[in-house]
Each structure stands twice: as structure tokens, then as C-alpha cells.
Ligand binder design. Structure first.
Ligand SMILES: [Zn+2]
Length: 70
């Protein structure tokens, strides 16, 4: 994938978390309860009790931008 900001090739990687990778339109008082918010968007897939949740993420180190598809 090419970076939409600078046009250079981005590096594919992952964002991985034990309790899920969740986007919200605001922060929540207790992070582990973030998936209960009405705006919560769960990203990635569950990879088991040791792997947690992971989502593919593209990184441009020049622009310091990360892009995630969902
Ligand atoms: Zn870039």
C-alpha cells in the first residue's frame, strides 16, 4: 500500500492487544470497558487466549501515520 500523504510504500504490520482493538469517538473512563460504548468499533479478529486480538495495520515511518482497514 502506498502512503496517501507522501506516496512512499508503507510497511505492513499488526496492532495486537490482549483485550481487543477498539475504536471509539471518545475515551472511556475504564479502558477495558471500551467495547461497551455505543460508538465502539471492534477491529481485527480474535486469535486465541495467548494471541489476543490483532488487526493488519500499514505504517509510514516518514509521515508517522498508520492506516487500518475495517
Ligand atoms: Zn507517508
Amino acid at each position: 500500500m502506498r502512503c496517501p500523504y507522501c506516496g512512499k510504500e508503507m510497511e505492513q504490520g499488526y496492532i495486537q492487544c490482549r483485550d481487543g482493538v477498539i475504536w471509539n469517538n471518545k475515551t472511556v473512563p475504564v479502558a477495558v470497558l471500551g467495547s461497551l460504548s455505543f460508538s465502539a468499533l471492534r477491529l481485527g479478529e480474535y486469535r486465541g487466549p495467548w494471541g489476543g486480538h490483532a488487526v493488519v495495520a500499514w505504517n509510514c515511518t516518514d509521515c508517522q501515520k498508520i492506516i487500518i482497514d475495517y
